[in-house]
Design a protein around this ligand. Structure first.
Ligand SMILES: *[C@@H]1O[C@H](CO)[C@@H](O)[C@H](O)[C@H]1NC(C)=O
Ligand SMILES: *[C@@H]1O[C@H](CO)[C@@H](O)[C@H](O)[C@H]1NC(C)=O
Ligand SMILES: *[C@@H]1O[C@H](CO)[C@@H](O)[C@H](O)[C@H]1NC(C)=O
Ligand SMILES: *[C@@H]1O[C@H](CO)[C@@H](O)[C@H](O)[C@H]1NC(C)=O
Ligand SMILES: *[C@@H]1O[C@H](CO)[C@@H](O)[C@H](O)[C@H]1NC(C)=O
Ligand SMILES: *[C@@H]1O[C@H](CO)[C@@H](O)[C@H](O)[C@H]1NC(C)=O
Ligand SMILES: *[C@@H]1O[C@H](CO)[C@@H](O)[C@H](O)[C@H]1NC(C)=O
Ligand SMILES: *[C@@H]1O[C@H](CO)[C@@H](O)[C@H](O)[C@H]1NC(C)=O
Ligand SMILES: *[C@@H]1O[C@H](CO)[C@@H](O)[C@H](O)[C@H]1NC(C)=O
Length: 780
């Protein structure tokens, strides 16, 4: 870890990455880049840092910039020790929004907020403190590594500081707990695909803290030399190291906190320096479940060791007694690298354990064989045990400990591909005995197998898939889709094929047209997307990566897209009731993406083609998160899609930063289409207007909504619902983002929980109504 640890090497920060290629802004951006000076510790309005430029604290101890979390193509904003070469941990800031286009990224200040911009789109803003604050702010990287946004005239007026948002690591001088002056309550957090944790102050005890792992709390106390109590014990300040040149930070990992100290390379001890844990809680492997990390086991002597088939993930730190980063598989799992031989994954017994590892999942299985099969069927199931019922372990294996004496327990561990070769060689032996000819044939077969194995291990490296998604081989996908024979759609991002996977689940496979992220980044992003699950979002089941191809496997939606049902003549007519439920469902799905899931997502491409209907006509939003998967190529893919432009909010067209409210606008347009059963962008005459939303907005303001209803329904609708839906639609398409409701408010308005006032006609529409041949959006 500490090679890039600190704020951690876990690029989970999804944040918001809306695209916006505005040539003009881009140019302006470049001008401001050139204006930025060489080394400074300050950002002033109009003078930010961009690309690989950094901010350097006055004493030269810290630098701030966009840094890569590892070898890779993406960057996060972070602070690190400046003179440590590659050994500094990075303390990530800015919710770890992903930067893919480094030269086009910048950090700037505007008003009282700091913001990250990439290609003209603002990806992140530091939260503004609210109230009456100065609008002339500056940002300074202090000598303790704290990035502070403060008033230009009054340096004690702090508007935001990075020490209040520490992620999973903190520096000396930073505070944990409640600051009674500012009301900020700071805690450290840890997040991985399958586990989470937090560290906060327990003010009821002297120097007390509570360490929470997946909801289970564990209390402890810091030693006196390490922290200073503030505000009557409601917060604790991490002390600076006693020696002037000591370098320390507090690292929070799953189930463990450690004060890490840099030890210089010592020629007498093989010249390797490293981060040494000066203090840890828990203090040894016998007292704590996570001390030895993933796939590490606590041995009888109180040391950690990796289980067979695994090696330490960070050997240097492991050697220095920091074990919590755990062990990695020496050989990849065959189910990850080649689904065709999925059933070759073998299980090796791990015996003489004390108790069972952390977080067992109960599975109903009649026999040992059923239990093994249940585990084998999921690539992320990495171990099982059968004795006291069937238990499975997913993704990680923590809290393994060898027992000194009975009772012993035993589990079976999924093993990498090596054993597959052994089996092949045995086969060869037998076959050779039978006939030379068949023996020769099997030799050929084995060479092919070996070649494939080599190729696979080369191709996939040691990458370990974590997460909720299945990883399919290309062969499996080809088979499932009968060699891509049943094409059911073609979108801007690629073609969609129908298929069936064993167990006869119908799937839709999207073959991404645009390449986007590098493989590892893609896998990370796709796994994060896989965690986003909601009844109004199309469920991602798995994916496949083969060389340059990227395939996504979704649940199949038997009723196709909303577009076919709304606009196609031959399809059956959707009743008002169904339309209303569809509108509500889309709103709920979007509200979830915007407000409820861990990292907020702007869809950017809401339109009827992207709303799919399941067997019960429950709507499900498709294609969310594409901006993350495709990175910078998302823009070009999006803007080449015909028909999309009519759904774009005015701020897209004028090149302003894109926020969630852009989706609200598109949703408003879709609502009008659901109501009227016709394309908003159609060039047809409505009253005096050619553009339907203009006509609709005017009708809503006059309270004449029934004429907006799809004529084919012949007035058969709940007028109250229709009225609310029309008003909501009109609110959603307001010119000013601030005038549009949030998706959460939309849901409550549609449900009738929140009153829906009469909306004004958007000003740009008023212009359209007055002038006869003004520009209309459908002309784009
Ligand atoms: C920073 O980027 C510029 C061009 O964008 C490049 O010339 C320069 O070498 C880079 N500096 C470092 C330290 O990478
Ligand atoms: C904020 O500023 C406005 C205008 O300057 C003033 O009217 C208002 O009273 C101020 N509010 C507070 C809480 O100071
Ligand atoms: C500077 O800001 C601090 C904190 O808000 C405030 O207490 C102090 O009065 C301000 N000083 C001046 C000169 O405005
Ligand atoms: C601070 O936050 C932690 C965890 O979120 C919570 O347990 C604690 O009660 C909070 N303290 C105060 C004073 O609000
Ligand atoms: C952390 O994990 C626990 C237990 O798995 C879960 O209940 C909780 O919602 C999770 N918290 C976060 C912030 O993900
Ligand atoms: C500190 O705690 C004591 C006793 O609990 C209390 O009397 C005192 O008011 C507190 N001081 C502050 C600044 O909160
Ligand atoms: C830095 O610390 C090391 C030991 O921790 C000590 O040997 C060395 O003299 C110190 N250097 C300075 C400049 O203080
Ligand atoms: C130094 O450490 C490396 C890696 O830990 C090891 O391979 C090497 O044998 C060591 N050399 C000596 C002289 O101990
Ligand atoms: C770890 O295992 C030991 C022994 O089985 C058990 O007592 C302890 O509760 C476990 N800890 C966790 C965090 O699961």
């Amino acid at each position: 870890m500490p090679t890039n640890g600190g704020g951690a090497a876990r690029p989970l920060g999804l944040g918001i990455s809306p695209p916006k290629p505005a040539a003009l802004l881009f140019l302006l951006l470049h001008c401001s880049l050139l204006a930025a000076s060489a080394t400074t510790d300050t950002i002033l309005p109009g003078k930010g840092i961009s690309g690989n430029e950094t901010l350097v604290s006055k004493s030269g101890g810290f630098e701030l910039g966009f840094f890569p979390p590892g070898p890779g193509i993406h960057y996060f904003l972070g602070v690190r020790f400046r003179n440590m070469a590659g050994n500094s941990p990075t303390f990530w800031l800015g919710d770890r929004v992903v930067i893919t286009d480094l030269p086009a990224a910048s950090l700037e200040i505007f008003g009282d907020s700091l913001y990250i911009k990439e290609n003209g789109a603002s990806l992140w803003w530091s939260p503004s403190p609210g109230g009456n604050v100065s609008s002339a702010a500056m940002a300074v990287l202090l000598d303790n590594g704290n990035l502070v946004v403060r008033d230009q005239g009054n340096s004690s007026l702090v508007l935001w500081q990075s020490f209040d948002y520490p992620g999973d690591a903190m520096l000396p001088g930073a505070r944990l707990g409640l600051d009674q002056d500012t009301g900020k309550n700071v805690s450290l957090t840890f997040k991985s695909f399958s586990h989470n944790g937090s560290l906060s102050v327990d003010a009821t005890r002297r120097n007390g803290f509570v360490l929470t792992t997946d909801g289970h709390a564990n209390g402890g106390t810091f030693p006196d030399w390490m922290v200073s109590s503030q505000d009557n014990g409601s917060s604790l300040l991490l002390n600076h190291p006693e020696t002037a040149n000591g370098t320390e930070f507090l690292q929070f990992n799953l189930g463990q906190i450690s004060l890490m100290r840099w030890s210089e390379p010592d020629p007498a001890a093989n010249g390797t320096g490293g981060w040494v844990a000066r203090w840890s809680f828990p203090s040894d492997c016998k007292s704590g479940g996570f001390f030895c990390g993933d796939f590490g086991a606590c041995t009888g002597s109180g040391k950690c060791g990796c289980v067979d088939g695994f090696t330490p993930s960070y050997p240097i730190e492991w050697g220095l007694g920091y074990f919590v980063t755990g062990c990695s598989r020496s050989l990849p799992l065959s189910c990850e690298s080649d689904g065709q031989t999925e059933h070759d994954d073998s299980f090796a017994p791990l015996d003489k354990l004390q108790g069972l590892p952390y977080n067992a999942q109960d599975e109903v299985a009649g026999t040992d064989e059923d239990c093994r099969a249940a585990c084998r069927s999921k690539c992320y199931c990495i171990a099982y045990s059968y004795g006291h019922g069937c238990k499975l372990w997913y993704h990680n294996l923590y809290n393994l400990s060898l027992a000194a004496r009975p009772p012993y327990t035993k589990i079976y561990l999924r093993m990498g591909s090596k054993l597959r070769n052994k089996k092949g060689l045995q086969t060869r032996g037998i076959v050779l005995l039978v006939t030379g000819f068949i023996g020769l044939a099997s030799l050929v077969l084995i060479s092919v197998l070996l070649w494939r194995f080599r190729r696979d291990s080369f191709g996939t490296g040691k990458f370990e898939v974590e997460g909720p998604l299945a990883v399919y081989s290309y062969g499996q996908i080809k088979k499932a889709t009968m060699n891509f024979s049943d094409k059911i759609g073609e979108g801007g991002f690629g073609s969609v094929f129908r298929g069936t996977i064993p167990g006869s689940t119908a799937i839709a496979v999207k073959d991404l047209k645009v390449l986007g992220q590098a493989e590892k980044q893609f896998r990370t992003e796709v796994q994060t997307l896989g965690m986003i699950q909601h009844s109004n979002l199309v469920r991602l089941l798995g994916f496949c990566v083969k060389a340059k191809r990227r395939l996504l496997v979704y649940e199949y939606m038997p009723n196709g897209s909303l577009e076919c049902h709304l606009f196609a003549e031959k399809s059956g007519l959707l009743s008002w009731n169904v339309r209303y439920q569809i509108a509500l469902g889309i709103a709920k799905g979007l509200a979830y993406l915007h407000e409820e899931c861990e990292d907020c997502i702007i869809h950017c491409d809401i339109k009827p083609e992207n709303i799919l209907l399941d067997a019960e006509f429950c709507p499900k939003i498709a294609d969310f998160g594409m901006a993350k998967l495709l990175g910078r190529e998302f823009n070009s893919a999006l803007t080449t899609i015909r028909g999309t432009m009519g759904y774009l909010a005015p701020e897209w067209i004028s090149g302003l930063p894109i926020t969630k409210k852009a989706d609200v606008y598109s949703f408003g347009i879709v609502l009008f289409e659901i109501i009227s059963g016709r394309r908003s962008t159609e060039v047809v005459k409505f009253g005096n207007h050619r553009y339907f939303p203009v006509y609709a907005a005017a009708q809503v303001s006059e309270g004449e909504v029934l004429c907006l209803l799809d004529a084919r329904l012949e007035g058969d609708a709940n007028v109250k619902e229709l009225d609310v839906t029309c008003r909501v639609a009109c609110w959603c398409i307001q010119d000013e983002e601030n005038d549009r409701p949030s998706m959460g408010q939309v849901v409550r308005m549609l449900e009738g929980v929140l009153d829906t006032e009469m909306p004004p006609i958007p000003a740009s529409f008023q212009n359209l109504m007055e002038g006869d041949n003004s520009v209309i959006y459908s002309d784009f």
